[in-house]
Design a binder for this molecule. Structure first.
Ligand code: NAP
Length: 461
């Protein structure tokens, strides 16, 4: 048997690629990596999550492409872990598995009316405008006037910005064709951003909120007296607040002072408010909210607490954008509350089994630490996991191939008639998408159905 280490990486987003890159950086280790993804396309949230008008952020793909050029790397797209292949299969073919599957679900508000037509998760909307095959058939009623986005993170700002941009601006991006057409006809006038806490606690980044100063088709307002900070928030701002928080406040002040002629749309930042009910006859018609006050906790942080002061607004669309949540994987422990796989520095920990550590299973990225940070944060996270894995091999005196029964997963995939997509196949699709985009002056035109993707690959092979 070949004396190299064989590692399976599940998920081809940033965490999976950074882990692969770190494995290949180990000069004294002979390592081969097979990466699996349930979609025919790699790069996870870089393709399906990063906003289409943020092409610069997507340039990290260049790094992942370089990693994929390593002759010890193989990509198996269109192969779903838990459906096409299982943990028990992979443990027969690989010395170890790294799960970097991200956070595929999202948190719910848990309020009455949340399931009404017109109430959606930001995950669905983001997946839809980014052409993710899972969300291409979603329908959003953009004929309404008032949209509410609940949450004050970067995803909420992405959703608000995409709703606020003009068709001409969106037409220069790689937004899905059907989304561009639907947004072209949008009647939305008011886009509310609702934060349960104040501007000092907002989770968005200055670079994201700064873009709101330059929207050609939307005025931006900060509702109420949110920027007249309470004594506690002022103290936090003056003492312990991060540079980013200080910048956020500066930008929000600029926004609230700017006096521009009225534009077609209006983005309204509403701080210190929480939705308590969504009302409507079969579909969203109104949103009921409560004003919050800040209450200091024992650890010094400020939490929102409902007051008696309620408000009701007309609403046609509501997006909850209050954080992603991981999904459990078969035969792996799972912490329901954090939506992560319990682990110690990336090594999977059987919390129900005396916290014993699994020597051959590791996690990286959001399924390891939860949905936080920017793309680059996954690098350090994956590096930690890879080092823990290699240290474990050494400490436990595990030899390459020691636990492996079979040589090459390809025979298993073929025996199951799986129509897998290699990295070379993906490159064919990539070129096709980029070329058809360029013909329209766009960075790419995405294919959004898996069968269409496979058809193009078959034709171009
Ligand atoms: P996030 O940054 O964690 O923000 C979640 C927001 O939801 C917070 O404002 C939070 O408020 C609020 N929230 C949570 N539970 C709530 C509840 N029950 N009711 C009302 N509000 C609630 O999550 P995200 O926006 O989904 O982003 C995920 C990660 O991706 C973040 O690390 C983000 O920075 C990153 N990302 C980055 C970019 C970029 O760099 N351009 C773009 C998109 C996403 P509290 O603070 O009060 O909990």
């Amino acid at each position: 048997m070949d004396a190299s280490w064989k590692i399976a990486v599940i998920g081809s987003g940033p965490a999976g690629f950074y882990a692969t890159g770190e494995l290949f950086r180990q000069q004294s280790w002979d390592i081969k990596v097979d990466m699996f993804d349930r979609l025919p396309t790699p790069f996870g949230l870089v393709r399906g999550g990063v906003a289409p008008d943020h092409q610069k952020i997507k340039s990290v793909i260049k790094i992942y492409n370089r990693i994929a050029e390593n002759p010890n790397f193989r990509f198996f797209g269109n192969v779903e872990f838990g459906n096409d292949i299982h943990q028990s299969d992979l443990l027969k073919y690989y010395d170890a598995i790294i799960y970097s599957v991200g956070s595929a679900s999202d948190r719910v508000l848990g309020i009455p009316g949340e399931d009404l037509n017109g109430s959606h998760s930001a995950t669905e909307f983001v997946g839809w405008y980014n052409g993710h095959p899972d969300f291409r058939d979603q329908v959003f009623d953009l004929s309404v006037k008032n949209a509410f986005v609940v949450g004050m993170g970067n995803v909420a700002l992405d959703v608000a910005r995409i709703l606020a941009k003009s068709p001409e601006e969106l037409a220069e991006t790689d937004i899905a064709d059907y989304a561009l057409e639907a947004l072209r006809k949008s009647q939305i006038e008011n886009i509310w951003l609702v934060g349960r806490r104040g501007p000092v606690q907002a989770a968005f980044s200055p670079s994201e909120v700064r873009e709101f100063l330059e929207l050609p088709e939307a005025n931006v307002v900060v509702e109420g007296v949110s920027l007249e900070l309470d004594a506690e928030s002022r103290k936090i701002l003056e003492t312990e607040a991060s540079k980013d928080t200080k910048k956020n406040i500066e930008i929000l002040r600029q926004i609230s002072q700017s006096q521009l002629p009225p534009k077609k749309k209006r983005i309204r930042f509403l701080f210190f408010a929480s939705p308590i009910e969504i009302l409507g006859n079969g579909k969203v018609e109104k949103i009921k909210m409560v004003r919050n006050q800040m209450v200091k906790q024992a650890d010094g942080s400020l939490r929102s607490q409902a007051t008696q002061n309620k408000m009701e607004e007309d609403a046609g669309l509501i997006f909850r954008s209050i954080g992603y949540l991981g999904k459990p994987l078969a035969n792996l422990p799972f912490d329901q509350k954090s939506g992560t796989i319990p682990n110690e520095c990336g090594q999977v920990k059987d919390s129900a089994n005396g916290n014993s550590l699994r020597n051959r299973e590791y996690v990286a990225g959001w399924i390891k630490r939860g949905p936080s940070g920017v793309i680059g944060s996954n690098k350090q996270d994956s590096v930690e996991t890879v080092h823990r894995m290699l240290e474990t091999f050494l400490a436990e005196k595990i030899e390459p191939g020691q636990n492996v029964e079979f040589l090459d997963i390809v025979s298993l995939l073929e025996s199951r008639s799986l129509d897998y997509v290699s990295f070379a196949d993906w490159k064919l699709l990539d070129i096709f998408e980029v070329e058809s985009g360029q013909a329209q002056g766009r960075p790419r035109r995405k294919l959004t159905s898996i069968s269409e993707m496979l058809e193009i690959i078959r034709k171009k092979r």
